[in-house]
Design a protein around this ligand. Structure first.
Ligand code: NAP
Length: 277
């Protein structure tokens, strides 16, 4: 699995498995565990989850999928803003560790910014790091001004990633947020990389997919993977989707392909506020 670098220099896989909407229905549980296991069998090492997903059930599903094969995996989870005080962040992390049935989370993110002062959450992250319960910490849904504020705090330069909505249709992060992260060697984790499936019928994607002999999902993922310091975390429960998404790792888009995509999905020419799903 190809990797990119964390600001500390360590590796982080550029492709992982998303888990939002997992754990919401008991009769899908077996398929969801199987999808994650299939992803791991195919070579994925990163799984993205959160205490929010399925109200903790998605972490339980990840726990089932990784049972007996924790070594070598890179687990990402997130604390909700309402749990982001010094004390509650530590307690939330400990609950996540129990559900995941592991002793450490590789990357622990603040899911989005709430009313808790950033320094308090940061202090909790540093404590969790010191105790070996998390290896790295980062944020999600942070716009440029939030990142600047975070990076100006004591210890704020320990931020290891910003996970944001980023795909061909959602390029506004390219104006100043991605450049800021690149300048600080902070990888950008692109969530909803195929816009939850809504991107896949686009004519430009079909044109490129046809030329490359691939699928539109693979083109959308390969486009993100071609951008330095970018990580994709598509979620798939259907086995065919899981397999198909891995195909993006073998696809390199040509300059012509990129021009077709730029024309259909132009990059931003001015600052727009960060979008969230
Ligand atoms: P996504 O990965 O863009 O799309 C997932 C949807 O696309 C599912 O309905 C899936 O169907 C379908 N799909 C997957 N592969 C496909 C393929 N090859 N062809 C056709 N359809 C395909 O959306 P997402 O789940 O919103 O985002 C990915 C992950 O990012 C999440 O799961 C979560 O881990 C993370 N995320 C984070 C935040 C945040 O605030 N930090 C917000 C949103 C998402 P099946 O499941 O039926 O296969």
């Amino acid at each position: 699995m190809p990797t990119t670098s964390l600001p500390s220099g360590g590796p982080i896989p550029v492709f992982g498995l998303g888990t939002w909407m997992m754990g919401e229905s008991e009769n899908k549980r077996t398929d969801e565990v199987a999808a994650l296991k299939l992803g791991l069998d195919l070579g994925a090492t990163l799984i993205d989850t959160a205490e929010m997903y399925g109200d903790g059930e998605a972490e339980e599903i990840v726990g089932d999928a990784i049972a007996g094969r924790r070594e070598g995996l890179f687990l990402v989870s997130k604390v909700l803003p309402e749990n982001a005080s010094r004390k509650d962040t530590v307690a939330a992390c400990e609950r996540s560790l129990k559900r995941l049935r592991t002793d450490r989370i590789d990357l622990y993110l603040l899911h989005w910014r709430g009313s808790t002062p950033l320094q308090h959450t940061l202090d909790a992250f540093v404590q969790l790091q010191r105790e070996g319960k998390i290896r790295h910490w980062g944020v999600s849904n942070f716009d440029t001004d939030d990142m600047e504020e975070l990076l100006s705090l004591p210890g704020g330069d320990g931020c290891a990633t910003n996970q944001v909505l980023y795909n061909l249709k959602r390029r506004r992060v390219e104006y100043d947020l991605v450049p800021l992260c690149r300048a600080r060697d902070i990888p950008v984790m692109a969530y909803s990389p195929i816009e939850q499936g809504r991107l896949l019928g686009a004519a430009a994607l079909k044109e490129v997919a046809q030329r490359q002999g691939t699928t539109t999902a693979q083109v959308a993922l390969a486009w993100l993977l071609g951008r330095p310091g970018t990580i994709v975390i598509p979620k798939a429960t259907k086995p065919d989707h899981v397999r198909e998404n891995f195909g993006a790792l073998d696809l390199t888009l040509s300059d012509d392909d990129l021009s077709v995509l730029d024309r259909a999905f132009p990059p931003p020419q001015k600052k727009y506020a960060l979008e969230m799903l």
